[in-house]
Ligand binder design. Structure first.
Ligand SMILES: [Zn+2]
Length: 170
């Protein structure tokens, strides 16, 4: 099933999500399938559970958006354990349609996370994947990319969002 994507303004996006403690359940398996389906439908490359209104520490990533299933990644209870360098590239977010802005990120991160069976693994990400990891881990921490922008850009975008909200476009 495809979930609608929750937009900025919904408090679920700004609450730290809850740790997942049960693995290998039919319910978790179904949720992960639904998360991939919802991400592909929205044409995204990453999706965190709070973005479909579920406050749990789960993210799915597929930099190919469904072109190559081997690149699918499931991150449960993910965290950054090493970071280095700096990137300043444009990002978007499914919860902020039509908004793209440059944000500062680490150029390389090492993360640790659990897979759908609860097994811990570590993984390195550079460039796009590094940004993806940081963006999705921010989501499960209740942090949004608009708050990683410069104050000027953030205020401009918040004004743009408020205008869209008034016009019923958000
Ligand atoms: Zn996002």
């Amino acid at each position: 099933m495809t979930y609608p994507i929750v937009r900025y303004g919904n408090p679920v996006l700004e609450r730290p999500a809850e740790t997942v403690k049960e693995f290998d359940t039919p319910e978790l398996k179904k949720l992960l399938e639904d998360m991939f389906e919802s991400m592909y439908a929205a044409k995204g490359v990453g999706l965190a559970a709070p973005q479909i209104g579920i406050g749990r520490r789960i993210a799915v990533i597929d930099p190919t958006n469904g072109q190559d299933e081997a690149q699918r990644l499931v991150l449960i209870n993910p965290e950054i354990i090493e970071k280095e360098g700096r990137l300043y590239e444009e990002e978007g977010c499914l919860s902020f349609p039509e908004i793209r802005e440059k944000v500062v990120r680490h150029a390389r991160v090492r993360i640790r996370a659990q897979d759908e069976h609860g097994k811990w693994f570590e993984m390195d990400g550079e460039d796009v994947l590094s940004r993806c990891f940081q963006h999705e881990i921010d989501h499960v921490d209740g942090m949004l990319f608009i708050f990683r922008m410069s104050a000027l850009k953030r205020d401009l975008n918040l004004r743009k969002i408020r205008k869209m909200q008034r016009e019923g476009k958000w």
